[in-house]
Unconditional design. Structure first.
Length: 91
């Protein structure tokens, strides 16, 4: 934890503008990127087990990973990887 604090002290950050947010939806079976979104503000991040619709296609979230960093200009940056699978077929 001390190492994290030391790194944070070396990285200049700004809080006067929106954070950069990215979300990458990844096929949990193949590891291939499916869709990427980027915004200059908050994007809702789904939770594992949640059914979501991406470009009119329903998928189930299996795993979520979030990384917090500083962008080159010092703004906060939040990068999310969301692994998804096709939902089980219903009878």
């Amino acid at each position: 934890m001390q190492h994290l604090r030391e790194l944070a002290d070396k990285i200049p950050t700004r809080s006067d503008s929106y954070a950069v947010h990215t979300v990458a939806f990844i096929d949990a079976h193949t590891g291939l990127d499916l869709v990427n979104f980027m915004a200059q503000g908050a994007i809702a991040i789904p939770t594992p087990g949640q059914l979501v619709t991406v470009h009119n296609v329903k998928v189930v979230v299996t795993e979520v990973e979030t990384a917090y960093e500083a962008a080159e200009d010092g703004r906060p940056a939040v990068h999310n990887s969301v692994w998804v699978v096709a939902p089980a077929k219903r009878d």
